[in-house]
Design a protein. Structure first.
Length: 182
């Protein structure tokens, strides 16, 4: 039996995502036995900044965090900026924190966390240009390969993916975290 058998993971993204920050965690969670679902404010096919294409499985307006065991937020400047301005995407993200469910976030994916108001008192990392935004939202920002804070798994760049993926799978396997709150 794989570590994540029976688990469902939502990947929230839109056009302009960082290709490897979708494909690598997707592969890690599905190889561990989870079912991955691409959720987006867009429909049809999304295109990453380097040309990778992925089909949307579910519109964020129809998505319910209760259907999933965890959330993954890939980065990419355009992706992160678009998502944080989408009210449904922000509400969907916040619902995972309210339910204590694991959330993985890498690079610019962390922008949406500031709009969801879920980083106050939390320790995380991101692409360095988000440091001030995250600190202004109440987070303790650190420059580390991967940071785990009560089910919130964060990393800086695609270079960190091997360590990030291992911790993401581990935290999803552990399930709900009492300290993972909105």
């Amino acid at each position: 039996m794989a570590a994540l058998d029976g688990k469902k993971v939502a990947f929230l993204l839109t056009n302009g995502y960082e290709d490897s920050e979708l494909t690598s965690p997707w592969e890690a969670v599905t190889e561990a036995g989870a079912e991955a679902t691409l959720v987006s404010p867009e429909s049809g096919t999304l295109t990453g900044k380097k040309g990778h294409e992925a089909s949307v499985d579910q519109a964020v307006t129809d998505a319910d965090a209760g259907q999933f065991d965890a959330l993954m937020l890939p980065g990419g400047v355009v992706n992160g900026d678009k998502l944080r301005m989408d009210e449904d995407a922000v509400a969907f993200t916040k619902a995972f924190f309210e339910a204590g469910k694991p959330v993985g976030v890498i690079c610019h994916g962390g922008w949406i966390l500031t709009d969801a108001d879920v980083v106050r008192g939390r320790t995380l990392t991101s692409y360095p240009s988000l440091k001030t935004d995250l600190r202004n939202a109440g987070a303790e920002w650190v420059d580390e390969e991967v940071v785990v804070d009560q089910g919130l798994v964060s990393s800086r760049t695609p270079d960190d993916l091997p360590a990030f993926n291992a911790k993401l799978v581990e935290e999803i396997g552990e399930g709900r975290h009492q300290g993972q709150t909105a």
